[in-house]
Design a protein around this ligand. Structure first.
Ligand code: ATP
Ligand code: MG
Length: 418
């Protein structure tokens, strides 16, 4: 039989790591709530068509990264490669964009068939944030401030790059200039860029191939073709960032891998993770809701790559108190029931208390070994004598205090202080 193992690029998150995830998710959920965002929970599988239409036929995601399969009734389904498309679908389906604004967020696994490497998996996790119905640069700015707020809480430093992709018209105009330019420099392009020249020329600017950097550097810049409205929007955004004291770099070659972005785009980048340095990426996608046949609705959003973020967070700031405070040793052959009830009572009267009850009987010596291994600070010992006189023995497992006997009020008092 073949060795039992997970699918390549899809990882278990084991017990020693889940506390990092819980801490990070909890902190982000809290900040999102502070900013008035509400959680929406979306299916992991959608009709394939939703993604091909939303993300764009010529993007990497659609051409080579999606996990598609035929359902039993032969409709083509896809494991979501990102969350925006599903969020827009849900918003339209439930009339969430009708005469109202929405601030939404979601989290969960995303799936892309990429070459697994550090910071790049086939199942990875995102927290995505989307705002619908807001036209102006204020919401773009608010999202960026919210990110900055988070990085500060996590004690990490990320670099912010921003750009404006303009309106569809100004982008089309620019695209023509770009095709013109790169067509003249065909010889300098690699295979992938030659394909992009045909179907998604802006993405050539995003190429990570070092051999292409000089031809990219000399390419015409989108900022020179930007329409007035987008230029003003961008200027106002920069104004807010300046006054908030947020450092940023305008990167005129920053584009996004998905077709639906226009106007503001931004990325938060680190140099600590090697090539996979983008931790969070987002921007405006004012045309997407209309593309799906609903009323035009301005929209902006971003997604955080959770694996990359968590990798950066220092263990020191993570609340990692998992070991029990108390390990309850049952030193009476008939004490199982009394032990379970006592532990239950202690947890109820002190909701922050972590009490691990010894299960499966065994000698006192072996129970003490388990107590020690559990990391608990104290062992409570419940023997026949304690049961008979309503007391409990307390042993400090980490210090040299002698064992003490207490009655229940004394115990409650004692536990309140640990
Ligand atoms: P990249 O250029 O790294 O491929 P992308 O443009 O495909 O990124 P987005 O679709 O914008 O990425 O996704 C937002 C974020 O999700 C990324 O910035 C990254 O942090 C994370 N992410 C994307 N793909 C992966 C992956 N395969 N494994 C881990 N994290 C990922
Ligand atoms: Mg990608």
């Amino acid at each position: 039989m073949a060795k039992l193992q997970a699918i390549r690029g899809m990882h278990d998150i084991l017990m020693q790591d889940t506390h990092r995830w819980q801490f990070t998710e909890k902190t982000i959920a809290h900040v999102l709530k502070q900013f008035g965002y509400q959680e929406i929970r979306l299916p992991i599988v959608e009709y394939t068509d939703l993604f091909t239409r939303s993300i764009g036929d010529h993007t990497d995601i659609v051409t080579k990264e999606m996990y598609c399969f035929d359902d039993r009734n032969e409709s083509s389904l896809t494991l979501r490669p990102e969350g925006t498309a599903g969020c827009v679908r849900a918003g339209i389906e439930h009339g969430l964009f009708y005469n109202q604004t929405q601030r939404l967020w979601y989290q969960g696994p995303m799936f892309r068939h990429e070459r697994p490497q550090k910071g790049r998996q086939r199942q990875f996790h995102q927290i995505g944030v989307e705002a619908f119905g807001f036209n102006g640069p204020d919401v773009d700015a608010e999202m960026i401030l919210m990110c900055a707020h988070l990085w500060q809480l996590f004690g990490i430093k990320l670099e912010l790059e921003i750009n404006s992709l303009g309106t569809t018209e100004s982008r089309n105009n620019y695209r023509k200039q770009l095709v013109n330019y790169f067509s003249k420099h065909r010889n300098a392009l690699d295979k992938e860029s030659l394909i992009r020249l045909e179907n998604n020329p802006l993405r050539i600017l995003d190429s990570k191939n070092p051999d292409l950097q000089s031809v990219i550097q000399s390419a015409p810049m989108l900022s020179d073709y930007l329409d007035e409205e987008s230029a003003l929007h961008f200027e106002e955004l920069c104004g807010v960032l300046d006054s908030a004291g947020i450092d940023y770099k305008v990167n005129p070659r920053l584009v996004r891998g998905l077709d639906y972005y226009g106007k503001t785009v931004f990325e938060w980048i680190t140099s600590e993770l090697g090539a996979q340095g983008t931790v969070c990426a987002g921007g405006r996608y004012d045309g997407l809701v209309e593309l799906h046949g609903a009323r035009p609705t301005p929209a902006v959003g971003f997604a955080i790559g959770m694996e990359r973020l968590i990798e950066l967070i220092n263990e020191d700031i993570i609340d990692n108190h998992q070991a029990p405070h108390i390990y309850l040793i049952i030193a009476s052959e008939t004490g199982m029931q009394a032990g379970l009830l006592l532990a239950d009572k202690l947890r109820k009267s002190n909701p922050d208390l972590r009490v691990m009850t010894h299960l499966g009987a065994g000698s006192i010596k072996s129970q003490f070994k388990k107590a020690d291994k559990s990391g608990a600070k104290y062992a409570l010992i419940l023997g026949d004598e304690e049961i008979n006189n309503n007391s409990i023995s307390v042993k400090d497992l980490r210090g040299d205090q002698p064992q003490q006997s207490m009655n229940y009020p004394e115990l409650e008092n004692f536990l309140d202080k640990i």
